[in-house]
Design a protein around this ligand. Structure first.
Ligand code: AMP
Ligand code: MG
Length: 402
């Protein structure tokens, strides 16, 4: 059995970049740009006033008084130079009129009829945002490979862009397996349970920026499993859940081999999530995740998410890991590393982690009441107060979990 890290390495070594597409700028949010964006003009495009105030030539100030000779709102280009000894009333964002080099804010002058008197010290160049101060024409503003957050989207808009070329979203086929499964919306009959995995995996895909394609349920026979997997290969990658263990009715591995897939691993030393396989079938990656709902989601986090992110051009592939303190003792009696679900909180600026109770891999509430994982080595026993590394699955700790 290989380790989590070895499995991640194998997966990432077989993960390449997807193609690109041009999308409306707001659709590019949280995606990775696939073009260098060069500024076509200076930002600001001219010298602008940074304040509501008066613009004048610094050398003209005599005894601190100036004659007001006009008014310039934002959005209007100045035409006439300001005469010597005069000041132009100017609004924030208006271009500095020719002949002026300094702005004094309105609150720093005494207005006396058509004259203003400066109250205090003024320096040449005060309160002017200079042309090209932020970006010069021809500068590289957003480099290919950058993640587009709201500020990047904003700066692209300021350069006049309405679209961006970004890495495409991964299209991921999601297939559940099991004779016991009913689709959500059904009332469970005896012996049946609802297929929750497809929906939780789809939610994880959406959160990672991928596009789920729901393939429904493959019943537990080889022929159906093989056919449904074949259908899934039309997507960029395929995720299956269940049927990958060693039970009499577990056909996923066999179906992958039947389809001449290259099976790279089919067991990983971890709890939850040991039965997890990774195969390349007809050049498509197939992740066969465990059936147990928690195991499927935890395995998605460790193996699928980093791969999806890499395909979509991201360079930060793993969840953040921080150091924090356990509030309760934890033990791993088993021989495999245990990913213990914990609720992580910030208390006085320090991370604290509390295990989420019964850690059964079938119990989704061990994830709903938490937001992080602690990896406990085999046979480890940690006392309350121990310092541990915490993998943060989401940021809800900032909002304070119960
Ligand atoms: P398996 O690996 O197929 O034996 O599944 C392991 C356990 O996970 C069984 O108890 C299944 O009932 C459960 N399970 C499998 N698939 C799903 C699913 N799509 N949604 C919820 N539970 C599932
Ligand atoms: Mg099954």
């Amino acid at each position: 059995m290989i380790s989590i890290e070895e499995a991640q390495q194998i997966i990432l070594s077989r993960t390449g970049l997807l193609g690109t597409e041009e999308v409306p700028l707001l659709h590019a949010l949280h995606r990775v740009i696939a073009e260098d964006v060069i500024a076509p003009w200076d930002i600001p495009p001219a010298d602008h006033s940074a304040m509501d105030g008066y613009a004048f030539a610094f050398d003209d100030v005599r005894e601190g008084a100036l004659e007001v000779c006009g008014f310039l709102p934002a959005g209007v280009a100045p035409t006439e130079p300001v005469s010597p000894g005069c000041a132009m009333k100017i609004m924030t964002g208006a271009p500095i009129p020719p002949g002026c080099d300094t702005v004094v804010p309105v609150e720093d002058v005494l207005e006396e009829g058509t004259t203003i008197r400066l109250r205090g010290m003024v320096k040449r160049g005060d309160h002017i945002r200079c042309r090209g101060e932020e970006v010069g024409a021809g500068d590289l503003v957003v480099a290919s490979g950058s993640l587009l957050r709201p500020p990047e989207i904003g700066i692209l808009a300021s350069l006049g862009k309405t679209t961006a070329t970004v890495f495409r979203r991964v299209r991921v086929a999601v297939l559940a397996t099991g004779d016991e499964l009913l689709q959500p919306g059904s009332i469970p009959e005896p012996g049946k349970i609802i297929n929750s995995n497809s929906t939780s995996i789809a939610a994880q895909l959406l959160e990672a920026g991928a596009e789920p394609l729901m393939l429904g349920i493959a019943r537990d026979d080889l022929e159906t499993t093989r056919r449904k997997i074949g259908e899934g290969l039309q997507a960029d990658i395929l995720i299956t859940t269940g049927g990958v263990s060693v039970g009499d009715r577990d056909f996923v591995r066999e179906a992958l081999l039947d389809l001449e897939g290259e099976l790279l691993f089919w067991k990983v030393a971890m709890k939850p999530g040991k039965p997890v396989a990774f195969a390349i079938v007809r050049e498509k990656a197939v992740f066969a995740l465990p059936g147990n709902p928690v195991a499927a989601m935890v395995a998605f986090e460790q193996f699928v998410r980093p791969s999806l992110l890499k395909m979509m051009g991201h360079t930060r592939l793993f969840r953040p890991v921080v150091r924090g303190t356990l509030t309760e003792p934890v033990r791993n009696k088993g021989g495999r590393p245990h990913l213990v679900r914990v609720a992580v909180r910030l208390a006085d600026g320090r991370y604290q982690a509390t295990p989420t109770g019964n850690q059964s891999s079938a119990r989704l509430s061990s994830l709903t009441s938490g937001n992080g994982l602690v990896k406990l080595p085999p046979d480890a026993a940690l006392a309350a107060g121990s310092e541990v590394e915490l993998q943060l699955l989401d940021r809800h700790f900032e909002m304070g979990l119960p």
